[in-house]
Ligand binder design. Structure first.
Ligand code: PLP
Length: 448
């Protein structure tokens, strides 16, 4: 390493086995690039399926009946949906196109949850017609839905609770409105069937989820005693994920300096790239939290309440990556600027005033090039100064050259298509679905 790269941190992503194999194949990524011509996303549904099963196994291990609703907004690919169908899971949607996409891939209406603030009449009508579960967010929405249910048929609903510890949230019903809504629901039967309550919290902590769930279990019991058909409680999404090892992440946080970033760029906050417990282990911790001497799982069982979950990111962790062709590299200072074919909209973290920090990985076209380490930031192929995929000066074993590929690991959850646009009339990067063939060969197809 030369003086330039000495002090700069590396944040190597924890790489799943399938991605290592895709990267190790000398031809695969270059063949795909040859076929698609520009940047592309690689997605691996087998990992999604494994992540989903881990949540289902945790519910089963606690003897809790429940359903896992995939928070669909985290990635638009169709390839996740057949995995969900095969595992008898469900989908959480917030728009008509999302709902129709799920139906079109074989998800039954009764396995679709509809969340979001004030939903359109068209979405509510579609939901009622297809027996979806609607999380009602406000009293006026309940009134509209009741009206629609007169003709569209009976509709099952959850009432979404405004989190008491996040009173400024835009989502959910206040305690008073919740009371009013329950009273209304008793009168709206059978057009509207209140089957339970829901919430979705910011952050990734176990305790606030367990506590609010316990509060709502008591409300379920009380509401059931009034004769309403309460059977379910949804704890939403926000299951934690891990991208980096603790030692790398902690060193980064402890020693962070502004001159680690191109143009002195400053960021106020980053996603917690190393945390625990994650995914299904976090669900396990929630279910094992005790109240009045019994676990949350026991309270759910004793009250005959199903637990609904709505993980988005946690089902997509390790299930995809993004590949940008390198267009060029130049050096105006003691570090380089790499420009890739693609836009920073594909790495959505920039659009929240933050940065996706796991190191991008250089995949050189010629592996026999003489290596001399450099550090580089990464810019997109647009005319905007701020179109930067990576402001951080990332150490690399050699300088990127036109024809090389730059792989961003672990992008499937929110870092693929959440904010993509056709800026400069550039086509959106396609998604390439990879799977392992019988003899261990890797095959690929385009997502539909
Ligand atoms: C976004 C969202 C989710 C998924 O959140 P993740 O952090 O991706 O798990 C689940 N439920 C609701 C209501 C949401 O808005």
């Amino acid at each position: 390493m030369n003086a330039v790269t000495l002090d700069l941190p590396t944040l190597p992503a924890i790489e799943p086995e399938w991605q290592r194999r895709v990267r190790a194949d000398r031809q695969l990524l270059f063949d795909i690039h040859h076929a698609v011509g520009g940047p592309f996303h690689v997605v691996y549904p087998a990992q999604f399926s494994e992540n989903l099963r881990s949540f289902q196994r945790t519910l089963a291990a606690h003897g809790v009946r429940g359903q896992v609703y995939y928070g669909k907004k985290a990635n638009k690919a169709g390839c996740w949906l057949p995995e969900i169908v095969d595992l008898d899971a469900a989908v959480d949607v917030a728009s008509e196109p999302e709902l129709v996409h799920a139906l079109a891939h074989g998800v039954r209406g009764r396995d679709i949850g509809v969340t979001g603030a004030a939903k359109t009449d068209a979405l509510l009508r579609l939901a009622a017609r297809h027996d979806c579960v609607v999380a009602v967010d406000a009293l006026d929405e309940l009134a509209r839905l009741a009206e629609i249910a007169q003709s569209a048929g009976p509709v099952r609903i959850l009432l979404r609770r405004l989190p008491p510890n996040a009173p400024h949230s835009r989502f959910g019903l206040s305690a008073d409105d919740l009371d009013t809504a329950i009273t209304l629901c008793a009168r709206l039967r059978p057009a509207v069937e209140l089957i339970g309550f829901s919430f979705h919290l910011d952050g990734y902590a176990v305790a606030p989820r367990a506590e609010l769930a316990f509060d709502l279990i008591r409300l379920c019991a009380k509401t059931k005693a009034q004769g309403l058909p309460i059977t379910a409680l949804s704890v939403g999404g926000g299951f934690a994920c891990r991208y980096l090892r603790d030692k790398d992440w902690n060193a980064f946080l402890a020693h962070r300096r502004d001159d680690w970033f191109h143009a002195g760029k400053r960021f106020e906050k980053f996603y917690p790239y190393a945390q625990s417990p994650t995914g299904a282990d976090m669900l396990d911790a929630i279910l094992a939290t005790t109240f009045d001497g019994r676990t949350l799982a026991t309270h759910l069982r004793d009250n005959d309440i199903q637990l609904f979950l709505e993980p988005g990111r946690a089902l997509l962790i390790d299930a995809g990556c993004t590949v940008f062709p390198v267009l060029g590299y130049k050096q105006n200072a003691d570090y380089g600027i790499t420009t890739v074919h693609g836009l920073s909209m594909s790495v959505s973290e920039q659009w929240k005033g933050s940065e996706f920090l796991p190191d991008p990985i250089l995949v050189p076209r010629n592996s026999d090039r003489a290596t001399s380490p450099i550090a580089t930031c990464v810019g997109g192929a647009s005319c905007m100064e701020y179109d930067v995929l990576t402001w951080r000066k990332v150490p690399m074993p050699q300088r990127p050259e036109p024809g090389d590929l730059l792989l961003y690991p672990n992008t499937a959850g929110y870092q693929m298509d959440k904010n993509e646009s056709e800026f400069h009339q550039l086509p959106l990067p396609p998604k390439v679905v990879v799977s392992t063939h019988e003899e261990g060969r890797i095959r690929w197809r385009m997502d539909k």
